[in-house]
Design a protein around this ligand. Structure first.
Ligand SMILES: [Zn+2]
Length: 414
């Protein structure tokens, strides 16, 4: 084993152990007493059920993670990468097509192995806790559409990246950077009208109290929106959500039907005010810019390592190739990716607190935001007492009790 192989192996094992430890601490924190803020809201049976849900998901996560690491190590040390390389080269095509086939085989293998886990998560765990509303028919159709989209959208992008690194020499990394950025923006642009309707139905919210409340709030904070839509989230799960799509003046609000069903107008408004807060405070734009910068750094490092012999030796590859370099570099990069991920989660938690505050201040109704958070947590069987290490590694939002106490501070100040 060379240094590169040792670094990659250590990174895989470190990641696995750290997540195992965080999961273990998270589950050991389970206590019977209900936190004060949830007294009278969470009935004891449902609270116990939320703890069983946490345990079931944690156990499932361990099995999946162990399986994935084991498969990866076996494939690596049984010389799966060079064997596959030999086969795709024997097809005798040009380097770009050869690279596409190589990657397609790897992605398909990974996808195939993940199917049983996805089935178990949806039809066993989510089913047992009363969240699943997906039928087999919808599940299979989703899978087929997902594959088709991945092929249609992924192939040209990947072919472009392979071609740049094959032919553009030292300029390849920033050609790729520009191309990927434009491509992602393009996909986001067409997503609301072309991609999302493939999976869900979007109907304009009918005139009434909710619609006029949303529109008048939006204009009170000078936030232009094109329309408000209802999405049939209940087709798949009873869990609920709200989000925005589109750019500039074409922004649309999307509310899950499951969210509308369970919340009062004031609570829905508080949730939407939070979402608009992300825009008003430029969180979306900032996160996007940071993502683009990160990609630039990664592509630059990729351009340095892509033809480094040690990278290929680590995976027993006798011949260098652009596609091999891409895959192996991604693994070498994973420790940096891990650190950047932690930084992005920290930033995200900070932004969530700011958006909660924005909602509380502009609606002058922190109580409704608190009520909405409580209802959501009880319905979604949210873990009320996560371990700080688990939060540090995995949470994009602060734990709900933290959010509630921050909201209460806003109401105490106003
Ligand atoms: Zn948010």
């Amino acid at each position: 084993m060379n240094t590169i192989a040792i670094i990659i192996l250590a990174a895989i094992l470190f990641d696995y152990t750290l997540n195992f430890l965080a999961d273990y601490l998270n589950v050991s924190k389970i206590r019977n007493e209900l936190p004060e803020a949830f007294e009278g809201i969470y009935d004891p049976d449902r609270y116990r059920k939320s703890q069983q849900y946490l345990k079931a998901n944690t156990r499932f996560g361990w099995v999946a993670a162990t399986f994935n690491v084991a498969v990866m190590l076996v494939f690596w040390f049984a010389k799966g990468f060079p064997l596959l390389d030999e086969w795709v080269r024997s097809l005798g095509s040009n380097p770009i097509l050869t690279g596409l086939v190589y990657m397609a085989v790897l992605v398909s293998l990974k996808g195939l192995l993940s199917i049983p886990f996805s089935v178990y998560a949806t039809f066993v765990i989510e089913e047992r806790f009363g969240f699943n509303q997906t039928t087999w028919k919808t599940w299979v159709a989703d899978l087929a559409k997902g594959i088709l989209l991945a092929v249609l959208l992924g192939t040209p992008l990947l072919a472009g990246i392979l071609a740049f690194f094959e032919h553009a020499g030292e300029n390849a990394w920033w050609y790729c950077w520009i191309a990927i950025t434009l491509y992602m923006l393009g996909v986001q642009f067409i997503a609301p009208t072309w991609i999302m309707p493939l999976f869900n139905k979007f109907t304009p919210l009918e005139d009434g109290e909710l619609r006029s409340a949303i529109l008048s709030y939006a204009s009170s904070i000078e936030f232009p929106i094109e329309n408000v839509f209802v999405m049939d989230g209940s087709r798949r799960s009873s869990k609920s959500n709200a989000f925005f799509t589109g750019f500039g003046k074409h922004r649309r609000i999307v509310l899950f039907d499951t969210l509308i069903k369970r919340h009062t107008t004031a609570e829905l408004l508080a949730v939407l005010a939070h979402e608009m807060g992300h825009y008003k405070k430029k969180h979306i734009l900032l996160t996007m810019i940071l993502g683009i910068l990160q990609m630039g750094i990664m592509l630059y490092l990729l351009s340095i390592f892509i033809s480094y012999q040690g990278l290929f030796d680590a995976f027993f590859m006798p011949q260098k190739s652009v596609y091999g370099g891409l895959i192996f570099f991604a693994m070498l990069y994973s420790p940096i990716d891990f650190l950047m991920g932690i930084f992005m989660q920290m930033l995200s938690r900070k932004n969530e607190t700011a958006a909660d505050r924005f909602s509380a201040e502009t609606t002058r109704d922190p109580q409704s935001m608190e009520a909405a958070l409580k209802k959501l947590s009880v319905h979604n069987l949210t873990n009320l007492m996560p371990h700080p290490l688990y939060v540090f590694l995995n949470y994009s939002h602060p734990p709900v009790l933290q959010r509630i106490s921050d909201l209460r501070q806003v109401s105490a100040l106003s």
